[in-house]
Design a protein around this ligand. Structure first.
Ligand SMILES: Nc1nc2c(c(=O)[nH]1)N[C@H]1C(S)=C(S)[C@@H](COP(=O)(O)OP(=O)(O)OC[C@H]3O[C@@H](n4cnc5c(=O)[nH]c(N)nc54)[C@H](O)[C@@H]3O)O[C@H]1N2
Ligand SMILES: Nc1nc2c(c(=O)[nH]1)N[C@H]1C(S)=C(S)[C@@H](COP(=O)(O)OP(=O)(O)OC[C@H]3O[C@@H](n4cnc5c(=O)[nH]c(N)nc54)[C@H](O)[C@@H]3O)O[C@H]1N2
Ligand code: SF4
Ligand SMILES: [Mo]
Length: 747
């Protein structure tokens, strides 16, 4: 009998980054539990962690590359796959130029160090402006607003949940999502502790969510109108003389412009617009101002809407005006051990962020953080002319389900001359690919979170060694990316990944700006490491807690972090005040009134009186699901069907529908070419705000030529097949995914 071994891993499935304890016998996974000693998650896990076993064993998960031959995907060797890419891609680039290749990168890449740290090498090799990602279906407004206020895209202020006495949650459901742009495992436990110490949790959401169920109070809000609630709260703070900046006063600028710009947004006018009560709005503002330790947190419900950037900005404006920015028990910035731009360069000042360095060809949408809105992808493929996209790379990305008007995108992908997908499934998007290159199982991969320690409720450093060795011949994703980049650069499909990595590492080191004399020592000290581990060791060692390659012997390096990870990782303590050091704005100040935001506020002002549509649709998440790609895992797929349309009883009787009936939902448009509809099964729910229905996204697994046998049994409806590509927040390019008017009738 083989011995049982115990492995400690960070769960790569969502932003909570829970520490896992995985017991293994030979090649069998015996158990997956929470790692009690984990410094960040302290034993907490959700049901998805256990599905890592199903994911690892899923017969549908790809183990070899596939090449499409005569319309059918057939297994191929890695050499054949790279050769095919070289043969078909290079002529396209030669004939049509670098912008003829588009690339889209999806959510799982944020959880994979190989993809996150190497993806840029592919994008740079391609040199294309046509870079897209799931960020413009998600958090781009938050990143832009934070960037404009604090100077960097990942300088995100986080609620200090263990010390706060008031937490207002707007458009987020952390009890189910486990937190977003906020790594906060066991939100339920932390919320319970907050209330047990006399604190208050308030939720504002068009659905009485699972988070609302554990809160002290819940208020409905008309979808797509948070900007009006927030502006009215700011208005109240000024009108009632409640503004007090506290400790950050000398680092804040733009107060007068803000007061002036916000003047039209009186609670009375805004109350009608967001369907809240003016007195409720005022009392929320007063509570924020009068509670010494308070935090206002908002997430995807406030981003995936027409005023996403404005809403994200006003959240931190309120936190600042009420004296909670950079205060214990308020909103603080994490200090990550590696890779954080707000720990690099000169403390307290920087270049800030800007947008629009180039624009999309068809809609003229501005570039934001190096990318274009993913909702522009279809038109960039469809529209002839110079710069038309003729070839695509998709990297851990399923836009056919995750992006608005998936059916149109699907048709567009069919028009490409060539498409490559790096993905672990043959699914709704990758079925269009000519070549699919699979990544390893997450349990076969080294892991360290690059992004989430910058967003964590507590500072820490943890890493994970692979649980299993990858199958012979399986490329790590960073190796695949280096091979692809080499093909694009004309170095040939045969180029050796390790040699490419050595060359790439030397270039990366050069960019660090080290004294020339120090470079050989750094290269020598990391010589035994490969791929992202090598860059990680350098980042940790030069990072804020690092050993500085020996200058600070007690400091961190990769070996220390990995060793400590079996005992739960390294706790770097609670979040601490970081203003002004964290700032990277050109002024060295917190910018309360960035020009582009004040300009955009006029758009909201013009919309103050707009009438309420009769029925709008919003999304929903379920704890046993994760975006579009985990519906093939039996342990999660079993149980009640989750892709139901929640409808209030008031709307049900108005529209003549009952629990269990199938309804047709239509988008509202006069244009025949743009008519879209889906069908869904109704579940009557008193948790819905009347006038609002809710359907989760990521479903619709009934498309031909995918290989998702479990998911296909109960495919569900694709919410995004109903939504409109043209609806975007103009500043961030983020898609509008909620609050979209629809009609509903019995099917
Ligand atoms: N209507 C509506 N639409 C939404 C949302 C919403 O709330 N409402 N939410 C949006 C949000 S927040 C997001 S982040 C996006 C997500 O959008 P995407 O990132 O496009 O979608 P995912 O469902 O995360 O699918 C990721 C893809 O990665 C593949 N994959 C999984 N693991 C790996 C791996 O280890 N390696 C590789 N190479 N591939 C892997 C999966 O098979 C899948 O094809 O969806 C967005 N879409
Ligand atoms: N179980 C599970 N966990 C996940 C995911 C998943 O699919 N399943 N996805 C992961 C990803 S990629 C992300 S980005 C995060 C997202 O994490 P969260 O932001 O917490 O996501 P949601 O659960 O979609 O919560 C959004 C809330 O906004 C509400 N809402 C919708 N429209 C509006 C509006 O206009 N205004 C207001 N105020 N509220 C509105 C919705 O009712 C919903 O309750 O979750 C991550 N975690
Ligand atoms: S909450 Fe669940 S899916 Fe997210 S990291 Fe923790 S165990 Fe994994
Ligand atoms: Mo997301």
């Amino acid at each position: 009998m083989t011995d049982t071994t115990t492995h400690h891993r960070i769960c790569p499935l969502c932003e909570a980054c829970c520490g896992l304890e995985i017991k293994v016998q030979g090649t069998q996974i015996i158990s997956i539990r929470g790692h009690e000693a984990d410094v960040l998650s302290r034993g907490y896990i959700c049901p998805k962690a256990v599905s890592l076993k199903d994911l690892h064993e899923d017969p549908d998960r790809l183990r070899t590359p596939l090449i499409k031959r005569n319309g059918v995907h057939v297994p191929a060797t890695w050499d054949e796959a790279f050769a095919e890419i070289e043969k078909r891609l290079l002529p396209i680039i030669a004939q049509h130029g670098k912008n003829s290749v588009g690339v889209t990168v999806g959510n799982p890449s944020a959880h994979k160090i190989g993809l996150l740290t190497y993806f840029g090498k592919l994008a740079r090799a391609l040199g294309t402006k046509n870079v897209f990602s799931a960020s413009t279906l998600d958090q781009m407004p938050k990143q832009l607003a934070s960037g404009l206020m604090f100077g960097h895209w990942l300088s995100i202020a986080l609620p200090d949940i263990e010390r706060t006495d008031l937490l207002i949650v707007l458009g987020a459901n952390p009890l189910v999502s486990n937190g977003s742009m906020w790594t906060v495992p066991d939100f339920r436990g932390k919320a319970k502790a907050l209330r047990a110490r006399g604190g208050e949790l308030i939720v504002i959401d068009p659905r009485r969510t699972e988070t609302a169920a554990v809160a002290d109070a819940h208020h409905f809000i008309r979808p797509n109108s948070d900007v009006f609630l927030l502006a009215a709260m700011v208005h109240t703070l000024f009108a009632e003389n409640l503004v007090k900046l506290g400790g950050v006063a000398e680092w804040v600028q733009g107060m007068d412009e803000l007061r002036h710009a916000i003047a039209p947004f009186t609670p009375e006018v805004c109350a009608t617009r967001c369907q809240m009560d003016a007195e409720t709005i005022r009392s929320l503002a007063r509570k924020m101002a009068n509670t010494p330790r308070a935090a206002l947190y908002a997430r995807i419900g406030t981003c995936t809407q027409e005023y996403g950037t404005l809403a994200s900005w006003l959240v931190d404006v309120i936190n600042t005006l009420t004296g909670h920015l950079d205060q214990e028990g308020g909103m603080l910035f994490a200090k990550s051990a590696a890779f954080a731009s707000n720990t690099l360069g000169k403390p307290g000042i920087g270049k800030g962020v800007s947008t629009g360095r180039h624009h999309s060809r068809v809609s003229q949408a501005p570039e934001v953080y190096g990318e274009l809105p993913i909702s522009c992808l279809a038109e960039e493929i469809e529209t002839p002319g110079e710069g038309q996209i003729r070839a695509m790379f998709t990297v851990a990305s399923n836009p056919v389900l995750s992006s608005p008007d998936g059916p149109r995108l699907s048709q567009a992908l069919d028009k490409l001359d060539f498409m490559v997908s790096m993905d672990i499934y043959l699914n709704e998007t990758t079925r269009h690919a000519d070549v699919i290159l699979p990544g390893p199982s997450p349990l076969e991969d080294f892991h360290y979170d690059v992004a989430f320690p910058q967003l964590s409720w507590r500072n820490h450093a943890r890493g994970s060694e692979p649980v299993f060795s990858p199958a012979t011949g399986q490329f790590a994703e960073w190796q695949t990316i280096l091979k692809l980049a080499a093909i694009v650069k004309g170095q040939g499909a045969q180029a050796d990944a390790d040699a490419l990595d050595d060359a790439a590492f030397e270039q990366d080191i050069a960019r660090l700006g080290l004294p020339a004399a120090a470079v050989p020592a750094v290269i020598a000290a990391t010589a035994t490491l490969r791929g992202p581990q090598r860059a990680l060791d350098v980042a940790l060692r030069f990072g804020p807690y690092g050993d500085q390659f020996g200058k600070k012997p007690d400091g961190l390096n990769l070996a220390k972090v990995l060793q400590a990870s079996n005992d739960g990782g390294i706790d770097l303590g609670e979040l601490k005040q970081r203003i002004p050091e964290v700032l990277r704005t050109p002024s060295g100040k917190v910018e309360l009134s960035p020009h582009s935001l004040l300009q955009d506020l006029k758009r909201a002002e013009a919309d103050l009186q707009s009438a309420k549509p009769e029925l709008v649709i919003i999304g929903r998440r379920d704890v046993r699901s994760n975006n579009s790609w985990m519906h093939n895992l039996p342990v999660l797929a079993k149980g009640p069907f989750r892709c139901t349309l929640l409808v209030s009883s008031q709307d049900a009787s108005k529209h003549g529908v009952t629990d269990g009936s199938t309804v047709t939902l239509n988008n509202i448009t006069q244009n025949e070419n743009e008519q879209r509809s889906i069908q869904a099964v109704v579940h009557i729910s008193e948790d819905m705000m009347p006038g609002v229905v809710s359907l989760p996204h990521g479903w619709g697994h009934d498309l031909p030529n995918s290989k998702l046998s479990v998911a296909a049994e109960r495919p569900g409806a694709n919410l995004n097949a109903l939504l409109d590509m043209k609806l975007r927040d103009p500043l961030s390019g983020n898609s509008v995914l909620g609050g979209v008017p629809v009609t509903m009738s019995l099917a």
